[in-house]
Design a protein around this ligand. Structure first.
Ligand SMILES: Cc1cc2nc3c(=O)[nH]c(=O)nc-3n(C[C@H](O)[C@H](O)[C@H](O)COP(=O)(O)OP(=O)(O)OC[C@H]3O[C@@H](n4cnc5c(N)ncnc54)[C@H](O)[C@@H]3O)c2cc1C
Length: 490
């Protein structure tokens, strides 16, 4: 019998799990080593007193990417989890008695726009037709390129759109709508890319198409169910997933990884793929085999870290939607505290999610599960005092804007922030979403999937191509597995 090549994969986040499926299907012998006690990476799940929380991603966008992933294995999304389209997709709070719902139906979205700024519904249609064209170019083709050479993205379609790579999405949006609320609403989707809208190329308006046309979905049971579905597929394809197995050493001989160590356990391999944070993986290598210096990492624009709260309420809440964004304070002031002068924002924007408003598995009957997220600059000091202060700020703003008593209805709260991102995921400076997608951190300018110094070492995940988010992580796993197959056939 021919021996199959052995691949070890670090981490069991979306990118690693995706790669594991493709590599097992291609015929490799695949073992995943995950540091934590569960799969899912940043999509960890918290269960407490009958409540279930997604600790990381909550927005299920770009359903087509998930469909394409499962179709590659002749499976369907519905074989693994049940999807529900949310309506409204989300609600934005701009102040007391000032909430704007973004409905699922596009005709109703246009009516909402026209109501705020007459004529803006038609403008939105124009804006989104360009966004759709970019979506078709980007998400159906460009994002599946490995970022090895700039020629991958120089196509007749992108050459026609050079301007969209040099001007910012903020500038572009301002050409279509004048109203500040509508501008904020259209700038919101690119926040998922981890940078300021004023630093994000307008080509990324395809995120607006994803938002307003493809919709916001919720997997029953939460985003963890998606990771669990992919892990089940991987197991079905023969992947061995070992939990509680933090890799602490990578052994190199003659410029090749020969084995990795996790405590006393040693795992020989022909190929090593890391889906753990890039900086951390390089720290496990002898200095001579690291591709990027500390200075390199220090100069990157990292996507934000976050302060998160997972809260159980003893009653149902009113006046809120499954996803509610609190943009009732100065957007630029908060963005500046993240990107310009890293510090805690005086008046934070925050995001709130109440999964139990549409999913009865998220909380016991008559109760509400809540997740609150404040985006923060990575690397900030993090302590209990600060967490307490910001929890109070959130509660006060929520009580005021929704006119209901909340504090006395909290059954429990748990928090997660910078220090936890570092200790739980080995995240560089506690970043939550990896490396931002700015113009200078796109495609070939992102950390490479294939090591230039170690022949059989590869990387995947939100710090590589195409970037942060669950759909890009699935794509990253696919691209890297194709690269591995190309350079080291099974
Ligand atoms: C709070 C939050 C909210 C988000 N919201 C959204 C959203 O709404 N929608 C969306 O699409 N995306 C969202 N994202 C982004 C999305 O979750 C990530 O981009 C994606 O999950 C990253 O997957 P990954 O595989 O690249 O990395 P990870 O999920 O970080 O996986 C890496 C894995 O490697 C493991 N590891 C680290 N070191 C070692 C080691 N030495 N040995 C073994 N294993 C190791 C880690 O434990 C981890 O499990 C959010 C992220 C966060 C944190």
């Amino acid at each position: 019998m021919v021996e199959r090549k052995k691949i070890i994969i670090l981490g069991a986040g979306f990118s690693s799990l995706s790669a594991a499926c493709y590599l097992a299907k291609a015929g490799y012998d695949v073992t995943v080593l995950e540091k934590n006690e569960a799969i899912g990476g940043r999509a960890k799940q918290l269960k407490r007193d009958g409540f279930t929380f997604d600790m990381g991603p909550t927005f299920y966008w770009m359903p087509d990417v998930f469909e394409r992933f499962f179709a590659d294995f002749t499976r369907e999304v519905s074989d693994y989890y049940q999807l529900l389209r949310l309506d409204p997709s989300y609600t934005v709070c701009f102040g007391e008695d000032d909430f704007v719902e973004v409905p699922a139906d596009f005709t109703r979205i246009k009516t909402t726009f026209d109501h705020i700024e007459p004529g803006s519904g038609k403008q939105l249609e124009h804006f989104l037709s360009k966004a759709e064209a970019n979506y078709n170019i980007a998400v159906k083709d460009l994002v599946y390129q490995p970022g090895e050479s700039i020629s991958e993205i120089i196509t007749p379609a992108t050459l026609k759109r050079l301007g969209a790579f040099t001007k910012s999405i903020s500038t572009d949006i301002a050409k279509y709508v004048r109203d500040s609320k509508l501008r904020k609403l259209l700038e919101f989707p690119v926040l998922f890319l981890g940078a300021k809208p004023s630093s994000t190329p307008s080509f990324y308006n395809f995120m607006n198409f994803a938002d307003l046309r493809l919709g916001t979905w919720h997997p029953k049971g939460g985003m963890y169910e998606v990771a669990d579905g992919i892990a089940r597929l991987a197991a079905n394809l023969g992947v061995d997933i070992k939990l509680n197995s933090p890799v602490d050493d990578i052994v190199i001989e003659k410029k090749q990884v020969v084995k990795v160590c996790s405590g006393k356990e040693e795992y020989d391999c022909d190929i090593l793929l890391s889906g753990a944070d890039y900086h951390h993986t390089e720290q496990l290598l002898p200095q001579a085999y690291r591709q990027y210096s500390e200075n390199y990492w220090n100069k990157r624009t990292f996507a934000p870290s976050a302060l998160l709260f997972y809260v159980g309420f003893d009653k149902k809440l009113s006046g809120l939607a499954h996803h509610t964004l609190f943009f009732d304070v100065d957007f630029d002031e908060h963005a500046s505290a993240i990107y310009d002068t890293p510090s805690y924002p005086e008046r934070p924007l925050f995001y709130a999610s109440f999964p139990s408003m549409s999913d009865d598995e998220a909380a016991p009957e008559g109760k509400e599960a809540a997740i609150f997220l404040i985006p923060l600059a990575p690397g900030l000091d993090d302590n209990d005092e600060i967490r307490k202060r910001y929890f109070n700020i959130i509660m006060s703003r929520l009580e005021k804007t929704t006119k209901q008593k909340l504090r006395s209805h909290v059954i429990f709260k748990e928090s997660f922030s910078v220090n936890d991102f570092v200790s739980t995921y080995n995240s560089y400076k506690g970043n939550a979403y990896g490396l931002a997608n700015t113009l200078l951190q796109t495609h070939v300018l992102r950390p490479k999937l294939r090591s230039r110094k170690v022949k059989n070492l590869f990387f995947t995940g939100q710090l590589t191509v195409p970037g942060p988010g669950v759909p890009p992580s699935l794509i990253s796993g696919k691209i890297v597995s194709e690269l591995i197959t190309k350079h080291h056939a099974p």
